[in-house]
Design a protein around this ligand. Sequence first.
Ligand code: GMT
Length: 371
Amino acid sequence: MNIGMTCYPTYGGSGAVAAELGIELAKRGHNIHFISYRLPFRLSRFYRNIFFHEVETMEYSLFKYPPYSLSLSAKMAEIIESEKLDLLHVHYAMPHATSAYLAKKIIGDRIRFITTLHGTDITLVGNHQSFYRITRFSIEQSDGVTCVSNYLKETTQKIFKTNKEIEVIYNFVDTEKYKRTSKNRENMEFVDSDDKVIIHISNFRPVKKIENIVKVFQKVSKEVKGKLLLVGDGPDICKIRNLVSKFDLSSSVFFLGVQENIIPLLNISDVYMLPSKSEGFGLSALEALSCEVPVIGTNVGGLKEVIENGKSGYLFDPGDIDSMSEAVVKILKSKEIRSEMGLEARERAKFFDSKSIVPRYLEYYKKILNN
Ligand code: GMT
């Protein structure tokens, strides 16, 4: 198949899913055409049948804001025709589903498009009153809609009061790539051999509640010698840096910025923390599980479908700093608990292996094309 794929190319779960899906589909012989304003992260090396079509926005003195969604529609329409696309698959509802709808109309309805919902496109952006109707419209006009957890399906149907059929296809991980290979810390000079390592990876949005990781670490570091690795960048970074300074933790908290390859970092980690207020799924937690890293998270949204509380990790109410700290200390202090939970984590990750999940997308594509 020739498949068009649109996502946000920036550091975020939906872009990661789109890129990994593109890689998996390309491996299976399909031609994947990414259409976005920048090459999505995780695609920086060359893949034979993955193509990138850049959306350029037009600057004009009348425009206060260059109309990206329209440029995207125009590019989608162009690529559907020039590359003879069989299908367009867009990730994150706004504005991608709306742009796809318009592209479809431009070329006289001769394409079908599938929208995958990821989380904040429903719970934050789509739910905002300024976007509510257009998000609902674009979801309903999609030829197919998938979402990444049962929680997100129910939430979408509830928020948008829609009976639109939504297929749940969980996010996936390549467990052959995401695995614990070497525990060698030699090239990570900032981590001592007797340090325990807590890690968090995200786009530093308020919904991630990273301040609570720092609060937990402050308590934990009174009992266990360790380091906190904060990977990624985003709007909350200044606030978090200030909190780390205020707590006098600068010598044990490292801001690693955006990292293309997180596997070596997960490989030296003992606990992954994701204390979010809401999560459509929690892809970064799944990638941690696959590298045998237990997760301390919150009992919200799709995370409850990923982590088995008490086995591959522990889930607590958002903001329950004391319980989270106790659980982290418990894992870090006991080699047995740490390794037992690591093995449980790996087992859990196998349930979401790309080998079983990616074919579900292909089946769904066929279903929508044959409708
Ligand atoms: O978490 C973010 O802010 C990024 C966001 C995105 O769309 O890029 O992530 C969402 O999609 C991921 C991939 O499906 C999910 O694993 C995340 O749970 C979801 N984030 C939220 O719902 C907060």
